[in-house]
Ligand binder design. Structure first.
Ligand SMILES: NC(=O)C1=CN([C@@H]2O[C@H](COP(=O)(O)OP(=O)(O)OC[C@H]3O[C@@H](n4cnc5c(N)ncnc54)[C@H](O)[C@@H]3O)[C@@H](O)[C@H]2O)[C@@H](O)CC1
Ligand SMILES: [K+]
Length: 204
């Protein structure tokens, strides 16, 4: 997937930023088809330190523009964000909570989005703050809340579908992935953690 994205970007046919905007818009569109009754409300978006988090910033901006009350929780310092994610972080016009220093509260809003990690997860999620925020997302999902994973549930290996050894991982009711499903969506723990799988095109 990374090679496909880089080839498209290197060929000049599309920018990473355009792909990220389409990814974020695809998640919002998928959300409305999966939960049509949920027209607006309050959303919590968990945004990790990479471009998966960047997708989360796009989703936050689009929901906010549609009249949603949005709480963005970030993990990692904005200065460390990759360029496209940083661009979308800078475009946010709402308060942002630092997940490392803000204790998680039980979420009683309408929509929780896991944009912590996608295909760039390289090791088990062991950071206690990340784990406890993901646990909130998982509890909200288990209680029947609208819980979405961006690209892949964080903590799940995109190739094997297994939760990385000892990693925190959160279930979602809907996973929205881009361009193609990954083996991890179907294998091992994938189905349990992904819930319904939507595959959106981002023009690749
Ligand atoms: N490349 C592109 O042009 C596009 C990428 N997209 C999104 O970008 C994602 C991939 O982005 P990235 O490659 O930045 O990867 P991620 O956003 O999945 O995360 C990578 C970051 O997390 C850190 N990390 C990995 N494992 C960790 C752990 N256990 N604890 C703490 N930090 C950890 C890495 O050091 C790195 O900084 C995709 O899943 C998708 O959501 C989409 O926007 C489509 C376009
Ligand atoms: K994710």
């Amino acid at each position: 997937m990374r090679a496909v994205e880089m080839a498209a970007i290197d060929s000049g046919t599309v920018t990473g930023l355009a792909l990220m905007e389409r990814a974020g818009a695809g998640v919002v569109a998928s959300f409305h088809t999966n939960w049509p009754a949920l027209r607006s409300g309050s959303a919590r978006i968990l945004c990790g330190p990479g471009n998966n988090g960047g997708d989360g910033f796009v989703i936050a901006r689009l929901l906010h523009a549609n009249g949603w009350q949005v709480q963005v929780v970030t993990f990692g310092h904005p200065d460390q964000l990759p360029q496209d994610a940083r661009h979308n972080f800078n475009r946010l016009a709402m308060p942002v909570a630092d997940g490392a220093t803000t204790p998680p509260t039980q979420f009683d809003g309408d929509l929780s989005v896991d944009a912590m990690f996608g295909t760039g997860l390289t090791r088990p999620i062991s950071d206690p703050a990340m784990a406890s925020w993901l646990h909130c997302h998982d509890r909200f999902c288990a209680a029947g809340g609208a819980a979405i994973a961006v690209d892949i549930p964080s903590g799940l290996d995109a190739d094997s579908g297994r939760v990385l050894q000892g990693s925190a991982c959160a279930r979602s009711g809907l996973t929205v992935t881009f361009h193609r499903a990954k083996p991890g969506h179907y294998l091992a723990d994938g189905p349990e953690f992904c819930g319904t799988l939507h595959i959106v095109g981002i023009g690749l």
